[in-house]
Design a protein around this ligand. Sequence first.
Ligand code: ADP
Ligand code: MG
Length: 618
Amino acid sequence: MLQIKDISKQYKTGHLVQKALDHVSLNLRDNEFVAILGPSGSGKTTLLNIIGGLDRYDSGDLIINGISTKHYKDRDWDSYRNHTIGFVFQSYNLISHQTVLANVELALTISGIPRRERRKRAQEALEKVGLGDQAHKKPSQMSGGQMQRVAIARALVNDPDILLADEPTGALDSETSVQVMDLLKEVARDRLVVMVTHNPELAEQYATRIVNLKDGVIRSDSDPYEVEETEEPVHRNMGRSSMSFLTALSLSFNNLCTKLARTILVAFAGSIGIIGIALILSLSNGVNKYIKDTEEETLLGYPVQITSTSFDLTSMMTQNVEPDTRKEDEVSDDVTERAFINRMLSRTKANDLASLKTYLETESNIYDYASAVEYTYSVTPHIYRLDGNKYHQVNPDNSFAAMGFGGNSTSTMFSAAMSTDNFYALPKEEKLYVDKYDIKAGRWPENSRELVLVLYPDSSISDFLLYTLGIRDSAELDQMIKDFMNEVPVHADPSAEHYPYDRFLGISFKLVNSAKYYRYDPEFEIWVDKSDDEAYMRNLVRDGEDLTIVGVAVQKEDTDVSVLMPGIYYPYDMVAHVTEVAARSDITKEQLASSTVNVFTGRDFTNSPSLISAVCLR
Ligand code: ADP
Ligand code: MG
């Protein structure tokens, strides 16, 4: 049972205050077909959105099965929307370049259900709405009535208790409207359906109950449901346990803690994934605050990135998997080639970032839409930890190099995904992160010699980061990896320690100018790599610049998407600093002065095999 109790809602735009709902009370049975009728602007959509948790009420209470939602947090609403509610809109909101099946499946994609199961459920939902044989069509190949049935299948695929439909037949002719209404009536046999319409005939004919709304007030109700007030509604939060698309994202992606996932998501989120879903909801609901927050948080955590080379990862993931010369069910007795590499590489593009930057800074109005625009070079600071006489390189991280991970500081998309680095640059704009994190000890960095440690949202820290910090002995990690590689049983110590927040303050590292790895050999007139020479490296590290952790930060409770993944952050300015230092070094100057001769070999670049290492220095 759903109780709308004395709910009011106002919209303020500038000086104008618009009363959308004015002390509305309405009890809905678990199983009925309610039509909400009323002229345009009477508050129908607002009421539906409040019932569905897409919009928040100003006063009153929405009581779901005896539980008050007054103290609900965003993640409770997410959970409610995801498990209890299905939405159908007037404008269908299907994704046009995806098949009907994929559109229905999308609703399940983020809830972590395996693909085969998703397919099966989506197919079943389509059969329920009589479109079982149309699964592979694109929406554009269907009629309006069929598209609306697809939208209903999408709303039902999660088997929600409540289906909300906002003028579902508003864009359909009367004949097709009847088909859709028949379907909704069928759907209403075992759940609550609330439908907004301004067609009284359809409401009369199909609904079991008609509620009339005008100027935000209920004027009539054909079948009121009086509920005896026995006890006060209980306050209970639905909590984290249930998945919402935002929490599902932050759970699976943060907890797996792989940058591969993050990298893919950057491409994924920008195309159909989460932004697509947010758009589906926002299109027919106006820009309400929920959508705005969702998009803002999502884009902060997974910003749109434009790199100097790029390729369309999404289309690679979604389309290249199938050999497209063969139809899905076609049986053939020969072998079909799948053009993975060819297609991937042919889709790689070089982007003219200099022109883009000029455009963004002069003609475009990007700042009306973006919270921030940042430009950066992919420079990796070389950072070491010094323990007495011993030094360990901690960035770029090489711990897992023997296993084929990390150890490579060039930052192409793939190596970034495989990297195990724990050090990251903070965004340039403080406003992107400062008020989303609590400082548990110390403060934010104030210059490029200061670092901040970011923990997991529950104030935990990975053992791997403890090795980096030198709190756990990295010899232990090296031994475990060695044992693992040699197929010797690994002696692990999974004991979980606890640390006070200020335990991490003052831990320091050394920033090394990587141009100094090379020393000029006057005899052969070339630069020699000394990074294998322990004594040389020890001195180099000792002479490095000090970097010190000055703060420990934890994401605030009510932010859903992490802008900063757990790790050690250096200020944005450090990238410029490292670049400048490298540019001032003799080896760089010499290489720039003689663009044809490789300073590592003294030979011409064209005959030289070590072009790559010269490029790395830049
Ligand atoms: P209906 O769906 O019955 O046409 P709505 O619920 O959309 O009515 O709107 C009720 C009133 O609230 C209208 O006067 C409308 O202009 C106003 N309203 C709705 N949404 C917003 C919004 N996001 N911002 C400002 N005013 C709004
Ligand atoms: Mg409306």
